[in-house]
Design a protein around this ligand. Structure first.
Ligand SMILES: Nc1nc2c(c(=O)[nH]1)N[C@H]1C(S)=C(S)[C@@H](COP(=O)(O)O)O[C@H]1N2
Ligand SMILES: [Mo]
Length: 319
């Protein structure tokens, strides 16, 4: 039995989707199915880095202070077992459908409480910063995890360059809305576009990262090309993909999963083994590629670096 088959049986992903279905939100359109059939004839993983653009060749380098030394999840799994509902709700949908996403040309709108609101081309934006590697754990709220070798730049570097006004307290991120490129957006499985947010101090934390690549290559569509957020101490759904807009805001953003089920998915979404999801425990996780389960660590193992951000907060209420 493959990992994916095994996971299907027990994965809370299914109950996450069942919730959506029972709420009457789960729809599959004829157009979506037809698109799927057409794309199924392509080689799975056809939307690989090579197929999508320039291959960034990165020199091997020693682990840095932010890296985990844990075994990196193989590329084949990191790029075929994905959550990206814009492509569909099955783990294999993003890799199958990702060729429909065109990550170039691409612009990012930067607005809200910044000195100079602007729309910037992704290559220009990326060129502002030296690219860094970060090997991070990623823990999905559904109870599985991976170790991902990201390539990108700290979000703090971008925010500092944008010069937030004194009113900026939060950062809101918005994914692309385009049902032509995202067949999943032809249905109402979530309230599109996907929106996420961070408190400004979380956004400025040195672990908070903007990824443009994975494993030394251009980010594949299924992993959120051309630009996605990575916040390793939070559940995976905070790591919003295919970002087209970054807004510095005075008020806490309304985030997509909190909007879909506010009793199940909070704004903070810090990995916390002590606070169960209402329908499953968060005490353990399955590392993709491993047999059995391992303990989930507070803040996904990053407590030393980030617990101070939440001093004095009730983390059961602010889940
Ligand atoms: N726009 C968008 N971003 C998203 C999602 C999504 O459905 N749409 N899924 C999230 C979830 S639930 C997880 S676990 C991670 C998965 O990232 P990966 O596929 O690169 O491992 O992406 C997150 N970012
Ligand atoms: Mo997730």
């Amino acid at each position: 039995m493959s990992d994916a088959d095994d996971l299907k049986e027990t994965d809370p992903q299914n109950s996450r989707r069942d919730f959506l279905r029972s709420a009457g939100l789960f729809t599959v359109t004829a157009a979506g199915l037809a698109g799927g059939l057409e794309l199924l004839t392509r080689r799975p993983g056809a939307a690989s880095a090579e197929a999508q653009g320039t291959v960034l060749v990165r020199p091997k380098r020693p682990l840095g202070p932010y890296d985990t030394s844990e075994a990196i999840t193989p590329w084949a799994q990191a790029t075929t077992y994905n959550n990206f509902y814009e492509f569909g709700t099955d783990k294999g949908d993003p890799a199958r459908m990702a060729a429909s996403l065109k990550p170039r040309p691409w612009t990012v709108r930067i607005d809200g409480e910044v000195k100079k609101p602007q729309t910037v081309d992704i290559d220009t934006l990326q060129g502002w910063f030296p690219l860094e590697d970060r090997v991070y754990r990623m823990r999905c709220v559904e109870g599985w995890s991976m170790v991902m070798p990201w390539l990108g730049f700290p979000l703090a570097a971008l925010i500092r360059r944008l010069e937030p006004t004194g009113k900026a307290k939060y950062v809101q991120f918005t994914s692309l809305y385009d049902p032509k490129q995202f067949p999943g957006q032809r249905g109402n499985v979530l309230d599109w576009p996907y929106v996420e947010g961070l408190r400004l101090d979380e956004a400025l934390h040195p672990l908070t990262f903007m990824a443009v690549g994975l494993d030394g290559r251009v980010l594949p569509g299924q992993n959120g090309a051309p630009l996605r957020l990575v916040v390793p101490w939070k559940y995976g759904f905070k790591n919003i993909k295919s970002i087209v807009r970054i807004t510095l805001a005075e008020k806490q953003p309304q985030t997509t999963w909190a909007l879909a089920a506010s009793d199940e998915y909070g704004f903070y979404a810090n990995v916390n083994p002590a606070v169960p999801h209402p329908r499953w425990s968060q005490a353990t996780e399955r590392r993709i590629g491993e047999l059995g389960r391992r303990a989930t660590l507070p803040f996904n193992g990053y407590a030393d670096q980030v617990a101070g951000l939440y001093k004095g907060m009730d983390l059961r209420r602010n889940f």
